[in-house]
Design a protein around this ligand. Sequence first.
Ligand SMILES: [Fe+2]
Ligand SMILES: [Fe+2]
Length: 172
Amino acid sequence: MNLYICEICGDAHIGTEKPSDCPFCGARNNFIKPAHAAEPITNIKVKLSEISKKNLRETLDLEIKANAIYTCMAGKSKDYKIQKMYKRLAKVELEHAIIATKLLGIEMSEIKSEMCSDEDADNFQRTIELEDHAANLYKKFAGEATEGHIRKFFGALMQVEQGHIELIEKIK
Ligand SMILES: [Fe+2]
Ligand SMILES: [Fe+2]
């Protein structure tokens, strides 16, 4: 067994090989390193620019909302696979929110419940729209970041959210 650490969320994976994507935050496997070589972005303590602080706060709000929406969608589906998919998506988005709080050095915000449709088809469409919005926003935020580790965070998240769109397109 080997110990690997994800440089985006800072969490560890124990296994014979690196997973294809981080099981916690969904980051691509190029961000997962053997533990001794990993430099998690959440360990980097530098004063953030005003624009990065603003963008990270917006990310926190967006990810908390996504978590609540996906929790709702998991609860509405009659299909076990879809329930589990949304439960996992909710956890991944919550992880993104947690990383944003660590980068900002602030407490986690309260999660308020969100509404969603009773129909999987409506929820799939809404998921694609939410993820597309998030991916575009993170691309913009990556471009605005002057700090290397913040750029890395938004670049990684953009890929994760794009991956969620691919998943829904396959499953719907
Ligand atoms: Fe991760
Ligand atoms: Fe996310």
